[in-house]
Design a protein. Structure first.
Ligand SMILES: Nc1ncnc2c1ncn2[C@@H]1O[C@H](COP(=O)(O)OP(=O)(O)O)[C@@H](O)[C@H]1O
Ligand SMILES: [Mg+2]
Length: 426
């Protein structure tokens, strides 16, 4: 069989992990990444086309005669990159625009959940600030206010009281701090419980369950400090029992895939189900229509088989015969973030010690905000590296990951020391 040429779209540690895993496939000949980063450039050819440049990405895929495009981030999916690629006759892993609304519009996601009978927090949708404010006053209890559109993880306020909820409505709907993304809001009941991410790969009808993972959104140990894009992850989290996993598949994934198919907008690609475990059962907080970051890093590290047939079959609508292929029983990833992250990350700090990481068994450092500078590397974004380790136990994965982290240095480096605490406490 001729080897395939793959285009990976994105520039983070997630895309580094996807390219790294795809390169292990005997069927992959070459990988091009747009735009990539300094770490990805060490394993693949990076081309400076932005993830927002849909025509540019289609032109690149065409001129490079790409066999399959794997799309990392949500924004190009929501703006129709997969539709444009398919119109040009190029296979792509990821949902088309209509199906990507599961992430692109929180109100749409809730509507689908209601239609599919998915367990999720009670909610109301508002296009009018006054009506939203009246609803909040009337409720008089903690509520969650969510901007409808894409906000790069900054569009949700978990309000502890009425005043906070009113302030969130004002900021989103009246001040438009998130632009048009806040013209409509979803107001939800506030749930309490541990959160997990569950990923499945879908072909429109069938799906391959991947695994659960747990992200750590707060900057500081003990889940304190400001929210971030994610400071680390591990898989599998023990809070996801086999029973909860079955419930996620039968009560969430299957009815949602069926509802999307029945509407004529089948979901293909990676579906990330954001779950809160409440009283031993899953409640869906949100859907993402692509792989999570840093979840992807631990999932790809654990995956044992050839990942190309999974993505390729999903893109072509034929997942029959593809089974999950886990190798490492545990993986844990620690994000190394720049000085000033998440508010004002500093760029230009020299990164040292990455060579020494290669001596630690079972560890790989995926790059996010790094760039080449004077023969070395320097920081170039908020999340700089995701140091990922596999292990026979979670403890072993954690030991290896932190051993590797301690060999890496850059000024102002921030990391959490307690990744996996929910599973490692005992
Ligand atoms: N109904 C809810 N009850 C309690 N907390 C919530 C609820 N919905 C969201 N959250 C909290 O807000 C975070 C962000 O919400 P989410 O829906 O995942 O949006 P996004 O990831 O797009 O910002 C969640 O990870 C969770 O901690
Ligand atoms: Mg989320």
């Amino acid at each position: 069989m001729p080897k395939k040429k793959i285009l990976v779209v994105g520039s983070g540690a997630r895309e580094h992990a996807l390219a790294w895993k795809l390169l292990q496939s005997p069927s992959v000949g070459e990988i091009v990444v747009a735009p990539g980063n300094a770490g990805i450039a060490g394993i693949a050819r990076c081309v400076p086309v932005s993830v927002d440049d849909v025509p540019g990405l289609v032109a690149l895929a065409r001129s490079e005669a790409i066999d399959l495009v794997v799309v990392g981030p949500e924004a190009p999916l929501v703006s129709g990159l997969v539709d444009a690629l398919e119109a040009a006759g190029i296979a792509a892993f990821g949902p088309r625009r209509e199906a990507a609304r599961l992430e692109g519009s929180k109100a749409f996601a809730k509507e689908i959940m209601r239609e599919a009978g998915v367990p999720t927090a009670g909610f109301a949708v508002f296009d009018d600030a006054e009506a939203a404010e009246a609803y909040v006053r009337e409720a008089g209890r903690p509520l969650v206010v969510k901007a409808d559109g894409l906000c790069a993880g900054k569009g949700v306020v978990v309000a502890k009281d009425t005043a906070e909820a009113l302030e969130a409505v004002r900021a989103m709907m009246r001040e438009r701090v998130h632009g048009d993304a806040g013209a409509r809001v979803v107001i939800e009941e506030c749930l309490v419980g541990p959160e997990v991410s569950y990923h499945v790969v879908c072909d429109g009808t069938r799906y391959v369950p991947l695994a659960a993972a747990q992200d750590h959104k707060r900057l500081l140990d003990g889940d304190r400090g400001p929210n971030t894009g994610g400071m680390g992850a591990y898989s599998p989290p023990p809070v996801v029992t086999p029973e909860i996993e079955r419930a996620i598949l039968s009560r969430v994934v299957e009815p949602v895939l069926e509802t999307m198919r029945a509407r004529g907008t089948p979901f293909r690609g990676a579906l990330f189900v954001g779950v809160m475990v409440v009283d031993g059962a899953p409640q869906v907080l949100e859907f993402n229509v692509r792989f999570g970051d840093p979840e992807t890093e631990v999932l790809m590290a654990r995956w044992g088989g050839d990942v190309l047939p999974l993505f390729d079959a999903a893109a072509r609508g034929d997942l029959g015969g593809i089974a999950p292929a886990w190798d490492a029983p545990h993986a844990l990833a620690v994000v190394l973030a720049a000085h000033g992250y998440p508010t004002a990350p500093r760029k230009g700090d020299r990164i040292e010690g990455l060579e020494a990481v290669r001596e630690v068994p079972g560890v790989v450092a995926f790059h996010a905000g790094t760039r080449a500078s004077g023969g070395g590397l320097e920081t170039a974004g908020g999340r700089v590296l995701t140091v990922t380790a596999i292990g026979a136990s979670l403890e072993e994965a954690a030991e290896r990951a932190y051993l590797a982290c301690d060999r890496i240095r850059f000024d102002g480096m921030q990391l959490r020391r307690d990744i996996g605490w929910q599973a490692r406490r005992s």
